[in-house]
Ligand binder design. Sequence first.
Ligand SMILES: C[S@@+](CC[C@H](N)C(=O)[O-])C[C@H]1O[C@@H](n2cnc3c(N)ncnc32)[C@H](O)[C@@H]1O
Length: 266
Amino acid sequence: MTFDQTKTARRWDDHWSKHDTTSLPKSKIKIAEELLEPVLESMRAGNTVRLLDAGCGNGVHVEVIERFLESEAVDPILFSGTAVDLSSQAVSATQRRVRSDRWTIIKGDAIRLDFDADAFDTVLSVGIICLCDEPQTAILELVRVTRPGGYIAIYSNTETSPITRIGLWLARLIGNTMGSHARKAIALISAPIIGLLSPGSSVSIKDDGFSSCHEIAEANLVSPITRFLDAADIRKWIETSGAVIDSENKERPFTAWCRALEESQA
Ligand SMILES: C[S@@+](CC[C@H](N)C(=O)[O-])C[C@H]1O[C@@H](n2cnc3c(N)ncnc32)[C@H](O)[C@@H]1O
């Protein structure tokens, strides 16, 4: 273990125990549906999907896939899913979303996954690498467990404009030196005005109401462990991990589907 995961797990346990983990905001569902579309399409076409959700949080991707399996005439045998999170609260929240027998939901570390190489066809990493002290190592691990030719979704906060960066720096400085009450105050103040997605995005978290904005502000803006990475670095780490970017959505914080290379291409 290269950094203190107990502290990270405790922070996220605290986060999920303070926020409603039962209801999922419409914006989160919409973003997850858009991200998962190629996976759902692949199942519609009759392909088998062994999926890993690394850092499942309160289970939005599990929910979207469960709805898909229920509503479409897709043989459920085509799908098997595993969801992993450091936080027990996240694991319990995700377990509550499961309605089929296609899932294994477990506590685990996305940086040191307890799975063989090439174990999955599709790996999701949404809002995880920006929480890791060693994001490059995290990407290597995600690619390791993906079979050659398989796909990895990577979604991460990235650096924004200089003004926003200064605002974030100040919010974190105050939040980190003055403790959890200060962090909460900053999240409460910023919740109604934040728009974490880029202006061109069709999804607005503001439509989801105050409590969702509060949750997103706490998780992303003032959390002392969330970083804003440089998108160029993420692209470089992907290339050196044995994967290539297949498609990137420039309307979002860094969002890309990557393909693990066949051995002959790596
Ligand atoms: C910002 S939330 C994102 C949750 C979910 N992927 C989503 O899209 O809503 C981050 C989650 O990642 C988990 N997490 C952070 N670092 C992790 C790690 N190294 N391994 C597994 N889970 C981790 C946290 O416990 C938290 O539940």
